[in-house]
Write a protein that binds this ligand. Structure first.
Ligand code: CP
Ligand code: NVA
Length: 309
């Protein structure tokens, strides 16, 4: 059966460790593996804007020896109503993998159901699993090994209902972390995701805490992460969200509550003065640029791993 990567728990704990280790190897040697020599093509489709995902998949697929076929729904028949199933049936006869940034999770599930080649989630409304692999690989690099991720206290504060929160929950417990989400009322993570994360945590020794207290989430944490308060698609609520999330900013006072030397993550794009202050994102504890670089290494590792299955 074709192996896809549609959500963080599509990788078992052992498989996640394998991909993260390969990501570190790719940082060490950009050409350590080249599964797409030929060149073989990989389709990368965007239904939403992107800078990092576009650059890292394009560069990564080229470095793997392949050809990145970058598409968007606006200029393809997908945007004119051609079905996802038919699109999958056409693409999978010509490309080695399909990477897609889209809206509903059910859309990417449908693509995968009809594709004979691996389908990769490059962000949906529900998950952003490639970002989590990059984040964890950057953390593993900073902390000396992939096994150092086990048992870390990982705090995410801000919009608990967005794709990053859901993915940190599933990906974090898969890595054996204690994941704490600090978010206001009305912005809780997806309940099915929380239940699944709790179930995985029982096997990995991780745990899950969802709280309305920013302080409880961050106190003593080894890692402090946040994301924009206004995800793609939420723009109409921009003003309201700025008020709702006001107390969930990562600033010097929040960071003081965390463990000494805690690492700061942000998937970017960042809005300084909103979800994070400039002194924190541009400060010593921030590893956001390494995190952005790891999009390249982690996605190369993931694509290599997927086509080797
Ligand atoms: N972090 C991230 O996915 O960035 P882009 O939206 O620029 O791809
Ligand atoms: N939560 C953000 C992530 C951007 C990379 C969004 O969906 O817009």
């Amino acid at each position: 059966m074709t192996q896809h990567f549609l959500r963080d728990d599509d990788l078992s704990p052992a498989q996640q460790r394998e991909v993260l280790q390969l990501a570190l190897d790719f940082r060490n040697d950009r050409y350590v593996k080249q599964p797409f020599l030929g060149p073989k093509a990989v389709a990368v489709i965007f239904d939403k804007p992107s800078t990092r995902t576009r650059v890292s998949f394009s560069t990564g697929i080229a470095e793997l020896g392949g050809y990145p076929l970058i598409m968007d729904s606006r200029t393809s028949q997908l945007g004119r109503g051609e079905s996802i199933a038919d699109t999958a049936r056409v693409l999978d006869r010509q490309v080695s993998a399909i990477v897609w940034r889209t809206f509903g999770q059910e859309r990417i599930e449908e693509m995968a159901a009809h594709s004979q080649v691996p389908v990769v989630n490059a962000l949906t409304d529900l998950f952003h699993p490639c970002q989590i692999l990059a984040d964890f690989a950057a953390l593993a690099d900073e902390r000396g090994s992939v096994s150092a991720l086990q048992g870390l206290d990982f705090a995410y504060v801000g919009d608990g209902a967005n794709n990053m929160a859901n993915s940190y929950l599933l990906g974090g417990v898969t890595a054996g972390m204690h994941v704490r989400i600090g978010t206001p009322e009305g912005y809780l993570p997806n309940p099915e995701v929380v239940a699944k994360a709790e179930q995985i945590a029982e096997q990995t020794g991780g745990s899950v805490l969802v709280t309305h207290s920013n302080e409880d989430a961050v106190r003593g944490a080894d890692v402090v992460a946040t994301d924009t308060w206004v995800s793609m698609g939420d723009e109409a609520q921009s003003e309201q969200r700025t008020t709702v999330f006001e107390d969930y900013q990562i600033n010097a006072a929040t960071l003081d509550l965390a463990a000494p030397g805690a690492h700061v993550l942000h998937c970017l794009p960042a809005y300084r003065g909103k979800e994070i202050t400039a002194d924190v994102i541009d400060g010593d504890q921030s590893i956001v640029w390494l995190e952005a670089e790891y999009r390249l290494h982690a996605q190369k590792a993931l694509l290599t791993w997927l086509v080797e299955q």
